[in-house]
Design a protein around this ligand. Structure first.
Ligand code: KIV
Ligand code: ZN
Length: 392
């Protein structure tokens, strides 16, 4: 395998479904899964089979339907969960069992009520058991970023010996900051003797708004799988958003030196499908997929973009599957954008007539936030006699 390829593990259907208020049925999971496969995701985490009969059926349906990508199901480090996950996953062309167990003191003491030695033994036993079902085993040290590094090193080494092929170190509560998370990853690479026998992965939550930055910092330390969701869906403030990290890798390719198999032109359509199915709207200022991500209102920016889009756009709207940039006509817009819009609307006008229409347009902008194409057409028909004749 290309050592600079980043494996994209999408967990929209599992962690994304943990977004409060989101509930996906089998058909909805299948539709999203097909879109994820189409866009080139490597691994789809389809759900948590032991959590409900409905989720079991959904994971099974996704496992049966996917042709190229691997399908993962989540389980706790307990035999019943692993059995149940395998029942659903065994239909997949490329099944993956994903086991998680918390390794931080706070989780072990207050949630699991287990001693570190018990956690260690449960981790090794569950990976050993899962390995009897399939080759592709992922082990996640839940709350890894708040765990004692020495304990993490020990448990990772042991689960790799037991057969884990991917080791995931989540920033479960979005607590890490990039340089610290980078050192944490470096520590794992330097202190786990058999780490090269597994793919190292990260799974970052966005509680401090740093999920994408932490994921990028981890990639720069040699992590080769990242876990993401579409639109950054997920528990609390969500997970690392796939569109952000993919476009960071793509746009800053020369700096990052890594690649993915994602067809970036599928990003926008996928984002809209997921928003529609989950009912979770996308903020207009959301990076990459928000309505304003390629919209310009100020005259200075509009003039720049019309002369050369690269003045204010670091990627093209087409590269993420949007048709074009949007020039929002409002009080800060300039004559360039205005003339451009009226030409696009099919009007041919002399300079004087344009100036006249532009003045009326600006007066209207002082009264309302935005002026629609219909209102611009009305200004032209009402006030620009010559243009009227030439309208097409
Ligand atoms: O955030 C987390 O730690 C998780 C694990 C189950 C991978 O979602
Ligand atoms: Zn998570």
């Amino acid at each position: 395998m290309n050592e600079n390829k980043i494996i994209i593990f999408d967990t929209t259907l599992r962690d994304g479904e943990q977004t409060p208020g989101v509930n996906l049925n089998i058909e909805e999971k299948l539709e999203i899964a097909r879109q994820l496969e189409e866009m080139g995701v490597d691994v789809i985490e389809a759900g948590f089979p032991a959590s409900s009969d409905g989720d079991f059926e959904a994971v099974k349906a996704v496992a049966q339907a996917m042709e190229k990508c691997s399908v993962a199901g989540l389980c706790r480090s307990v035999a019943a969960d692993i059995d149940r996950a395998w029942e659903a996953l065994k239909y997949a062309r490329h099944p993956r069992i994903h086991i998680f167990l918390a390794t931080s003191d706070i989780h072990m003491q207050h949630k699991l009520k287990m001693m570190p030695e018990e956690v260690f033994e449960a981790a090794v036993a569950s990976v050993t058991m899962a390995k009897s079902y399939c080759d592709d085993i992922e082990f996640s040290c839940e709350d890894a970023s708040r765990s004692n590094p020495a304990f993490i090193y020990k448990i990772i080494e042991a689960v790799i010996d037991a057969g884990a092929t991917t080791i995931n170190v989540p920033d479960t509560v979005g607590y890490a900051v990039p340089d610290e998370f980078a050192s944490f990853i470096r520590g794992i690479k330097e202190n786990v003797p058999n780490i090269n026998k597994a793919i190292l992965s990260v799974h970052c939550h966005n509680d401090l708004g740093m999920a994408t930055a932490n994921t990028i910092a981890a990639i720069q330390q040699g992590v080769r799988q990242i876990e993401t969701t579409i639109n950054g869906l997920g528990e609390r403030a969500g997970n690392c958003s796939m569109e952000e990290v993919i476009m960071a890798i793509t746009t800053r390719q020369a700096h990052m030196g890594v690649s993915t198999d994602i067809d970036t032109t599928q990003i926008y359509p996928t984002s809209r499908i997921v928003s529609e199915i989950t009912g979770v709207p996308i903020s207009i200022t959301k990076a990459i997929v928000g309505d304003n991500a390629f919209a310009h209102e100020s005259g200075i920016h509009q003039h720049g973009v019309l002369s050369n889009p690269m003045t204010y756009e670091i990627m093209t709207p087409q590269s993420v599957g949007k048709t074009e940039s949007v020039m929002v006509l409002g009080k800060l817009s300039g004559r360039h954008a205005f003339s451009d819009r009226i030409r696009a609307m099919g009007f041919e006008m002399e300079r004087e007539e344009i100036n006249k229409a532009f003045k009326i347009f600006k007066d209207l902008c002082d009264k309302q936030k935005r002026v629609s194409d219909e209102e611009i057409a009305q200004i032209i028909t009402d006030h620009c006699i010559y243009a009227q004749a030439k309208a097409i």
